[in-house]
Design a protein around this ligand. Structure first.
Ligand SMILES: C[S@@+](CC[C@H](N)C(=O)[O-])C[C@H]1O[C@@H](n2cnc3c(N)ncnc32)[C@H](O)[C@@H]1O
Length: 258
């Protein structure tokens, strides 16, 4: 008898803290026969896997790709065609700089059932857990998310002249190595060098590090502290207001680098 085709759950595993995941995501992990997970997925979440579940690491760290995306797409298709229930765990939300859509397109081509389980994205949760609200009444009524990295064959552009003055809060994913370029472009397009900024590494986790400065000072501060990825770079007046958001800030203050 031919085995039915499987089902792939494309699961947002949240920003890091293993409690920042949805009930639906946990259920998908518990039911899975195969779990494929990324570098930024908290490994504690694998404790939800049932006995006998095949667990495959397909992470990428910076540019050292453990698995090319095409191979991950192929694996999902192969497991799907073999009739498996698969949980594809991705850091944060699968559709925010997460390549979730590419994986789904491959599944659709092979008529493999899938579902999307949204997750809490780092761009909101990481600043939030450090006491920085991405919007704030009378201070920031707009926020936008960017990738600091753009792959070699990218077909989209960041319009620095428009974002430098047109949006209140700018949140950059993958912005550590590109910070000098981001800062240079924003200042060249009119962003005030005094604008408060924060770099937050391993946000929502015990090893969280927060570096606060201004657009004009942050690059040198990062060099002095040998600041490394993964981090969220947040630019805007909201960073300054975080000081007032006690008691949350009091809990988080310990992680701030002096
Ligand atoms: C490939 S993107 C994936 C984003 C993910 N899909 C999401 O919605 O959060 C990876 C980048 O997200 C950011 N990131 C994810 N988790 C983070 C964390 N716990 N602390 C700081 N930055 C994080 C970093 O900029 C990292 O380089």
């Amino acid at each position: 008898m031919m085995r039915e085709r499987g089902k792939v759950s494309i699961v947002g595993a949240g920003p890091g803290d293993p409690e920042l995941i949805t009930l639906k995501a946990i259920r998908a992990i518990e039911n899975a026969e195969v779990v494929l997970y990324d570098y930024l997925v908290n490994k504690q979440l694998l404790d939800y896997c049932k006995e006998g579940c095949e667990i495959v690491y397909v992470g990428k760290k910076n540019r050292q790709h453990t698995y090319p995306q095409e191979d991950i797409n192929k694996m999902l298709i192969e497991y799907g065609l073999a009739g498996k229930k698969i949980a594809r765990l991705k850091g944060g939300d699968p559709f925010v700089f997460g390549r979730g859509a590419e994986e789904i397109l491959g599944l659709k081509e092979h008529d493999i059932e899938f579902e999307v389980i949204p997750g809490i994205t780092a761009g909101v949760a990481v600043p939030g857990a450090a006491g920085i609200p991405v919007t704030l009444r009378n201070v920031a009524s707009s926020v936008a998310f960017f990738t600091g990295h753009q792959c070699a064959n990218h077909k989209t552009e960041i319009y620095w002249d428009k974002i430098a003055t047109g949006i209140d809060t700018l949140v950059f994913y993958m912005g550590v190595t590109q910070a000098p370029r981001i800062v240079r472009n924003l200042m060249a397009c009119g962003k005030n060098p005094e604008t408060p900024v924060a770099m937050i590494r391993w946000g929502t986790l015990p090893e969280q590090e927060v570096l606060k400065g201004t657009l004009g000072t942050i690059v040198q501060m990062m060099e002095e502290h040998n600041f490394k990825p993964p981090a969220i770079f947040i630019v805007g007046e909201v960073v300054a207001y975080s000081e007032q958001l006690s008691p949350l800030i009091n809990q988080m203050a310990e992680s701030e680098i002096e």
